[in-house]
Design a protein around this ligand. Structure first.
Ligand SMILES: Cc1cc2nc3c(=O)[nH]c(=O)nc-3n(C[C@H](O)[C@H](O)[C@H](O)COP(=O)(O)OP(=O)(O)OC[C@H]3O[C@@H](n4cnc5c(N)ncnc54)[C@H](O)[C@@H]3O)c2cc1C
Length: 225
């Protein structure tokens, strides 16, 4: 599908955590994507319509709307701060669809912060097919308040939802950064897929740890945020 750009109207805007916005928009006709994929978004306002930033669809391909789950950085004057100023009926511009993360078999999903967004879409897709199975999510955040869609993941994954908090000690949660020991504890099977998404330093560290644990690099599917 080739599409240069398309203006879509915002239908709903909600906060899902203290700094994460959920934005629902219209969906252009014949606009298709796979769970895990993204598009570039800009804001349809003078001074902003050329500022494109990548965001992942968190709605499902079959939904008749688009949903995005966006961590905002109000401390500097970028696109995500400007998104915080928008209201229902304001417009966004969406572009072509891209992205390397897609579901390629059951496995362990490892996310840092907003790096969980491709996995939101994939887990919702699996649930819609009754195929959540034994997939596991290891989710790293600074504090409990930063966990995106905590309740939804708890309901979807039960004990296969493992939270790791770097800046807060909470009972029942892992504390610190993801490390080899923690991965070893939660990897029940090395012959499965490992999906990685988050900030670059985290991704590099975890990929090394997985390789040290004898995970085949071909089993690692990743995207840097
Ligand atoms: C394929 C892909 C898909 C993505 N999907 C999502 C998604 O679904 N949801 C999501 O939340 N994010 C997603 N991201 C990340 C998102 O694109 C960035 O967070 C966004 O571009 C930031 O835009 P900005 O204009 O607000 O910040 P920019 O001006 O572009 O700033 C870039 C980066 O600088 C850092 N920064 C912000 N404020 C400061 C500051 N005051 N000082 C220093 N550094 C700062 C942030 O880490 C920010 O990401 C995705 C990224 C990629 C590559």
């Amino acid at each position: 599908m080739f599409m240069e750009q398309q203006i879509v109207t915002i239908k709903a805007l909600d906060k899902v955590t203290h700094d994460v916005l959920k934005i629902v928009t219209e969906k252009p006709n014949n606009y298709n994507f796979n769970p895990g994929q993204a598009t570039e978004i800009s804001i349809n306002k003078p001074a902003w319509n050329d500022e494109r930033r990548p965001f992942t669809f968190t709605s499902l391909p079959q939904d008749n709307y688009l949903e995005f789950t966006i961590k905002t950085y109000p401390s500097h004057n970028g696109v995500t701060n400007e998104l915080l100023q928008l209201k229902v009926n304001d417009e966004l511009i969406v572009h072509d669809v891209f992205g390397t993360i897609g579901f390629g078999g059951d496995g362990i999903f490892i996310a840092g912060g907003a790096g969980v967004t491709p996995f939101i879409s994939i887990f919702r897709f699996l649930q819609s097919k009754n195929k959540i199975g034994n997939n596991k999510l290891i989710f790293a955040n600074k504090t409990k308040a930063d966990i995106i869609l905590k309740e939804e993941f708890e309901n979807l994954l039960g004990n296969n939802f493992i939270n790791v908090l770097s800046d807060e000690k909470v009972e029942g949660y892992e504390h610190g950064f993801i490390n080899e020991l923690l991965l070893k504890k939660h990897i029940n099977n090395k012959e499965q897929k490992f999906y990685l998404c988050g900030p670059e330093p985290m991704m590099e560290a975890i990929e090394k740890q997985l390789i040290n644990l004898n995970i085949d690099t071909e089993m690692i599917i990743k995207e840097k945020f």
